[in-house]
Design a protein around this ligand. Structure first.
Ligand code: HEC
Ligand code: HEC
Length: 391
């Protein structure tokens, strides 16, 4: 059995052959990756924590009646049995799209939504697929009618009467869905048990030898420059140069997403947001006293040079079960992802790869170990905890 310890203890404990040690710096990084903390607040949604809104949101998430032709629900693409993904390369709803379905398990912790961050809250995000002709092909009016027909009781207990204005009704439907999404988390994995034992016992043998080796490779390879923190994502946008096969045009990612979120009537500064903004939707509002709301949105520079071809760093929690990978689903396996980082083939169609990225040229054994480590981030039932687990 192999045990990982950190140095001060390791020095005094006379490690057996094959044991791993973590430096103090590595230990600090590892401790920062678990446990998953409770999600931050959602200031634009005053119903975010309301159980009645979450109950309604759950009904809406599984309701095909919100789509234009009654065929497609959120859960059609975000299947709970697949960690809220669909196992396909790109999504298929009423039409075929060009992006891979990400999980919604980390929605409660995100700042920006979609691969390009074109929404700035989970509720604003939810209003997108309902109206997207390639996804659910519905409308604000259609949602209002469906809510009256099929969700009257749950709606009344969450919000009272259904508003006359379909745009207000749609925003509230989104807020209910966000409240439901906030009840979901990636769950507890063997990696979390490992970190808990490191923290409380100074060492752990929960991970296999290959998995511990993979953790070292993960730390040594700079993965945590972007896949950092308990969700293994900095929530930022980076151009890692995934080779794109343009289908009906190049996908420029964040460069367009940043503009779109500024224009979104459902953004943090808009009139549907529960953050008090004076005057409404003023990106440059400076006259209101006190701290300015929506700092992320107000300070967003949509013309930033590094945005073209940048996509949001995806979470690595449960990643072993959410193939295929990348914004376009172009990589079928985790080993394939590691090969991308090993070789960094080709050059991006515009801009450049993030300058910190260099080809890793890992050996076959190191690459396999890295994949084995990623699989320790998978949620497992029955992992008991003495410390606080995910909510
Ligand atoms: C037809 C398939 C499909 C349907 C239906 C669908 N989604 Fe998605 N979802 C996607 C795809 C694809 C993306 C990424 C799209 C992009 O980046 O442009 C996505 C992105 C998301 C995200 C962002 C996750 C992140 O980390 O950025 C959330 C949250 C989400 N969807 C929730 C929902 C909700 C709620 C509904 C129902 C109202 C829904 N989806 C309906 C396919 C779908
Ligand atoms: C410079 C930031 C950065 C670094 C460093 C980085 N990644 Fe990523 N990673 C990303 C971004 C951004 C994406 C999504 C890119 C896209 O879809 O175009 C991604 C995608 C992935 C995916 C696919 C996940 C999914 O659900 O589609 C995996 C797995 C992954 N990275 C693992 C790693 C590993 C392992 C390392 C270290 C060897 C690493 N990454 C280093 C930013 C980074």
């Amino acid at each position: 059995m192999r045990t990982t310890r950190f140095e001060p203890l390791a020095l005094s404990l006379l490690l057996g052959c094959g044991d791993s040690t973590l430096s103090q710096k590595e230990l600090a990084v590892v401790l920062s990756m678990s446990p998953i903390p409770p999600p931050p607040g959602s200031p634009t949604n005053r119903y975010a924590e309301a159980p009645a809104a979450a109950a309604l949101g759950k009904d809406l998430f599984f309701d095909k009646g919100l789509s234009g032709d009654g065929s497609t629900a959120c859960s059609t693409c975000h299947d709970p049995a697949r960690h809220f993904t669909d196992g396909e390369r790109v999504h298929t709803g009423l039409g075929v799209g060009s992006r891979n379905v990400p999980t919604i398990e980390t929605a409660a912790w995100q700042t920006w939504f979609f691969w390009d961050g074109r929404a700035d809250s989970a509720w604003a995000q939810a209003t997108g697929p309902i109206r997207n002709p390639l996804e659910m092909g519905g409308s604000a009016e259609g949602v209002r009618a469906r809510v009256i027909d099929a969700h009257g009781v749950a709606w009344a207990s969450a919000f009272g009467p259904v508003p006359d204005d379909p745009m207000v009704t749609l925003a509230l439907a989104g807020k209910a869905i966000e409240a439901f999404e906030r009840t979901i988390s990636p769950g507890r994995s063997r990696f979390d048990v490992f970190v808990e034992e490191l923290r409380t016992q100074g060492g752990s043998s929960v991970l296999t030898e290959a998995e511990q080796h993979g953790l070292e490779v993960f730390l040594d390879s700079g993965c945590t420059n972007c896949h950092s923190g308990p969700l293994f994502s900095d929530m930022g946008f980076h151009n890692i140069g995934v080779p794109q096969v343009p289908k009906g045009g190049m996908d420029i990612g964040r460069a367009l997403g940043a503009t779109r979120v500024q224009e979104d009537p459902y953004n943090c500064l808009g009139t549907y947001s529960d953050v008090a903004v004076t005057p409404p939707n003023a990106l440059t509002a400076t006259d209101a006293p006190g701290p300015k709301p929506c700092p992320e949105l107000r300070f967003l520079d949509a013309s930033f040079d590094d945005w073209p071809l940048a996509f949001k760093t995806p979470t690595l929690r449960n990643v072993a079960l959410t193939a295929p990978y990348m914004h376009d689903g172009s990589i079928a396996t985790l080993r394939g992802v590691v090969e991308l980082y090993n070789e960094l083939p080709g050059t991006p169609l515009i801009g450049h790869r993030e300058l910190t990225l260099v080809p890793l040229h890992l050996t076959g054994r190191e690459s396999d170990a890295l994949v084995a480590f990623l699989a320790t981030l998978t949620e497992e039932d029955g992992l008991d905890s003495s410390a606080g687990a995910a909510p």
